[in-house]
Design a protein around this ligand. Structure first.
Ligand code: FEO
Ligand code: CA
Ligand code: CA
Ligand code: CA
Length: 674
C-alpha cells in the first residue's frame, strides 16, 4: 500500500479539515489560466475575466431562467448587519427558540444542567446543531419529526471541571495524568450524532417537544451497518467487527440529505481529527494512504477521546495506531469506517443506521438529490469540504421506482467527480475500479479500495480543485445545481481561475451548473458563477454588479431552495476571524434570500455573536421555517472564558450560550420569504 510520509499541513482552526491534497491536478486557477492567459490574470484583468464568465458561453448555455420570468416573490424588508446578542428578523416576523442543546428528547427528565452526565446526554438533544429536515407526520404542517445533525462539541461549555479554566473552543479539560475523565468523554460522544425528535405546534402557537417512540439519539457510539461495496472488505475489519460489516457511531455530522424514499442522510465531514495514528518508521509518520490523504493526526486527536482514563474499548478505538499483530486485534482500520454518508430512517426507530459507501469517502459536507424520476437513475451530489477538494455525483445503477425504492439504490451505482473545463463546460469523471487510471498498476485493488481512497482516485482522474465545496441545492424549476464554495485563504495568485477566481479567497462564491440535456445522470455539464460574495466593493452579483449593503455576505455555506424557488443562503465566517479585518462589514453570521432568475439578494436574518447560521427547512405549507444557530459564543477567548466574560449568552440571556433550533413564523401567518 502506498504511504505518504510528509504532508504539507499544519493544525487548522476549529477542526476544519487540513489541506491534504498533494496531487498535482490542475487547480481551477490553472484551468482558467489556460482559458484566459496568465498575463491577463496577473495584471489585474480578473474583473474582465470574471465578467466574461458571467456573460459568455457558460451563461448563454445555462440561461434557463429566461423562461422563468421574474422568478419567485421575495417580499420582506431586508435586515441590516448586526452584532447584537439576539436573532434579528424582518418586521412582521417572529422567532421562537426550540430544542437548545441539552433539551430532554422525551420532554421530561433529565433536565439540562452543567451537572448532566454522559448517560443523561444520551437522552438529550446534542450540541451544535447543523443540517436538519422536518419530516411531516401524515403530511402535517404542525406535527412532524425534526431530525437534526450535531456537528461537534465545545467541551469548555459542557463540564464543571472546565469552569474558570483558560480554555479555547477546541480545548478539553485534561487530568494531571495526561488522561481524560471517561464520563466527560462519554458526554462528548453522546452530544455528537443526530437527534430525532417529534415536535408539534400547540394551540398557543408555540412549538413543543412531544414524547414519541420514534424520538431517539444517534451518537458517536451507536452501532451501525456498513453498506455498499466497502462492506466486508479488509479496509473495515476491526476488533469490534472482524468481518467488516459494522462500526460504532457517526461523527462531525455537518449537512444532510433527504432521499426520494423519505429517509435522512447524515454526512461525516471533519472526522479525521477525532483519530490519531502514531505509527512511525525512522521517526517519521507511517500512515496508510487511507489515513494520510484525509489528514488523520499523527500526534494527538482533537478531543483526546482515545485518552479516556481506564482505556475502555469504546474510547481506545479512536487510537488507530497498530497495536496487535493483525487488524482484527486493534483499531488501525477504525478511521476507514468514517467519512461516509449515513442513512437513518426516522420512522423506524429500531433500524440501524447504514453507512452508504458507494457515495465515496471524504469530508462530506452534505448530499443533495436531483428530483427523482420513475424509470430513471437516482442522482445525488456531495461536496468534499476542504481546501482544494472536489465535488462528487452519484448515479444509481438501478432506476427509481417509487413503489420499491430504498437505501439499496445507494449501494450500487457510479460515483463521479467534477472537472470544470476552461471553456465553461464540465465533465463527470467516473471513479470505477479498472477504468482509466484506477487500475492495479496505479495501486488500486478493488472498487472498495477506490471508495475508501476516494480522494486519491479523484486526484488520479484529474478532478478540479475547488475552494471548499459546502452545500448544494437543485432549483426545482430549472434543474440547475448550485453549490457554495465557502472560502479558501490558501489559494495563491498563480492558482486563481474562472471558477475559483480569487487568490486568498476570504469571501467565497456560489457556482452553478446545468447538466447536458437537463439529464442529471449526464456526464457533461456547463457552468457559471452565480455570485461572488464580499463587501460592497469586492463582490459581484449575477449581473456583474457589486452587492448592495442589504445583500453583502461572506463565506456562504448552507444553501436550500424552497418549493417556490427562493434560494436561501447561510453564512459561516469562522469564529477565528469574525469581526476582524475584511470581515468587519459583515457583522455576525446571517441568512439571505436570493432570486435565482434576477440574482437579487436580501438579508433575512442575523444571528447572535460567534455562531454560524446553518440548516433550514419549512413545513409543507411554508408558513413555519426551522433554522439552526450553531456555536454562539464560540469566539470567546480563553482568557475571557476563564474570567466568565462570555461573547454570547444566547438564547437564555444568562449562563452559557447554547446551540438551538429557531422557529420562524409571520405575524400574519403567511409564507416565509414571500
Ligand atoms: Fe461543517 Fe463545511 O461546514
Ligand atoms: Ca457547513
Ligand atoms: Ca462551521
Ligand atoms: Ca462551514
Amino acid at each position: 500500500m502506498d504511504r505518504i510520509h510528509e504532508l504539507d499541513w499544519e493544525p487548522e482552526e476549529h477542526g476544519d479539515e487540513r489541506p491534504s491534497n498533494v496531487s498535482d491536478n490542475r487547480s481551477f486557477a490553472e484551468v482558467v489560466e489556460a482559458r484566459l492567459g496568465r498575463r491577463g490574470l496577473l495584471k489585474g484583468a480578473l474583473g474582465t475575466a470574471i465578467t466574461g464568465l458571467f456573460s459568455s458561453t457558460a451563461l448563454a448555455t445555462l440561461g434557463r431562467e429566461a423562461a422563468a420570468a421574474a422568478g419567485p416573490v421575495i417580499g420582506f424588508t431586508p435586515v441590516p448587519v448586526s452584532t447584537a446578542d439576539t436573532v434579528t428578523v424582518p418586521p412582521g416576523y417572529k422567532v421562537q427558540v426550540l430544542i437548545p442543546w441539552g433539551t430532554p428528547i422525551d420532554g421530561k427528565a433529565p433536565a439540562f444542567s452543567l451537572d448532566n452526565s454522559g448517560a443523561d446526554q444520551a437522552k438529550q438533544v446534542g450540541m451544535h446543531h447543523d443540517g436538519m429536515h422536518f419530516f411531516p407526520i401524515g403530511g402535517s404542517s404542525t406535527d412532524g419529526l425534526l431530525v437534526v445533525n450535531h456537528e461537534y462539541v465545545e467541551p469548555r461549555y459542557m463540564h464543571k471541571s472546565a469552569v474558570g479554566k483558560p480554555l479555547t473552543s477546541d480545548d478539553v479539560p485534561m487530568g494531571p495524568d495526561g488522561l481524560r475523565d471517561p464520563d466527560e468523554v462519554l458526554k462528548e460522544i453522546n452530544a455528537h450524532g443526530v437527534t430525532v425528535v417529534r415536535v408539534a405546534r400547540g394551540d398557543d402557537g408555540q412549538w413543543k417537544v412531544v414524547a414519541d417512540p420514534r424520538n431517539r439519539r444517534i451518537t458517536a457510539a451507536t452501532p451501525m451497518e456498513i453498506g455498499g461495496p466497502v462492506r466486508g472488505s479488509d479496509f473495515v475489519k476491526t476488533k469490534y467487527s472482524p468481518d467488516g460489516t459494522r462500526t460504532r457511531g457517526t461523527i462531525n455530522n455537518c449537512a444532510h440529505g433527504v432521499t426520494p424514499w423519505n429517509t435522512y442522510l447524515t454526512c461525516e465531514e471533519n472526522w479525521a481529527g477525532y483519530f490519531v495514528n502514531r505509527d512511525k518508521v525512522d521517526q517519521k509518520p507511517d500512515q496508510p494512504r487511507e489515513h494520510a490523504r484525509y489528514g488523520v493526526p499523527t500526534e494527538k486527536s482533537r478531543y483526546g477521546w482515545d485518552l479516556a482514563r481506564g482505556g475502555a474499548d469504546e474510547f481506545a478505538r479512536f487510537d488507530a495506531s497498530s497495536k496487535g499483530t493483525s487488524p482484527i486485534e486493534d483499531y488501525r482500520n477504525e478511521p476507514n469506517s468514517f467519512g461516509w454518508v449515513v442513512e437513518i430512517d426516522p420512522f423506524r426507530p429500531n433500524a440501524l443506521p447504514v453507512k452508504r459507501t458507494a457515495l465515496g469517502r471524504c469530508a462530506h459536507e452534505g448530499v443533495i438529490f436531483a428530483p427523482a424520476v420513475p424509470g430513471k437513475p437516482v442522482v445525488c451530489y456531495s461536496g468534499d469540504d476542504a481546501r482544494f477538494e472536489y465535488i462528487y455525483k452519484f448515479v444509481s445503477a438501478k432506476p427509481y421506482d417509487p413503489a420499491t425504492a430504498s437505501g439499496a439504490l445507494l449501494d450500487e451505482g457510479t460515483l463521479y467527480v467534477a472537472k470544470f473545463n476552461d471553456d465553461g463546460t464540465g465533465e463527470w469523471l467516473p471513479l470505477v475500479f479498472g477504468q482509466g487510471p484506477l487500475t492495479r498498476a496505479n495501486g488500486f485493488t478493488s472498487q472498495a479500495d477506490v471508495l475508501v481512497n476516494t480522494r486519491l482516485a479523484a486526484d488520479k482522474l484529474g478532478a478540479t480543485k475547488m475552494d471548499r465545496p459546502e452545500w448544494g441545492a437543485v432549483d426545482p424549476g430549472t434543474g440547475l445545481v448550485y453549490f457554495t464554495l465557502t472560502n479558501n485563504s490558501r489559494r495563491k495568485a498563480e492558482q486563481v481561475n474562472a471558477s475559483n477566481p480569487r487568490a486568498g479567497n476570504e469571501f467565497g462564491h456560489i457556482i452553478r451548473w446545468r447538466e447536458a440535456g437537463d439529464d442529471h445522470a449526464a456526464t457533461r455539464f456547463s457552468w457559471d458563477i452565480f455570485v461572488l460574495a464580499g463587501d460592497t466593493k469586492d463582490s459581484k452579483d449575477k449581473a456583474g454588479k457589486p452587492l448592495a449593503e442589504s445583500a453583502i455576505f461572506a463565506c456562504p455555506d448552507g444553501l436550500w431552495f424552497d418549493p417556490d424557488r427562493r434560494l436561501w443562503i447561510q453564512t459561516d465566517m469562522s469564529e477565528d476571524n469574525l469581526y476582524e479585518g475584511k470581515l468587519v462589514p459583515f457583522g455576525s453570521n446571517q441568512m439571505l434570500c436570493a432570486n435565482p432568475d434576477t440574482g437579487e439578494i436580501r438579508r433575512f436574518l442575523v444571528g447572535p455573536p460567534g455562531q454560524e447560521i446553518t440548516g433550514v427547512i419549512t413545513t409543507p405549507d411554508q408558513k413555519t421555517m426551522f433554522v439552526n444557530v450553531q456555536h454562539p459564543g464560540a469566539h470567546t477567548s480563553k482568557e475571557d472564558f476563564a474570567a466568565g466574560k462570555l461573547g454570547s449568552q444566547w438564547p437564555d440571556g444568562k449562563g452559557y450560550p447554547r446551540s438551538a433550533t429557531i422557529v420562524i413564523t409571520r405575524e400574519d401567518g403567511g409564507v416565509i420569504g414571500a
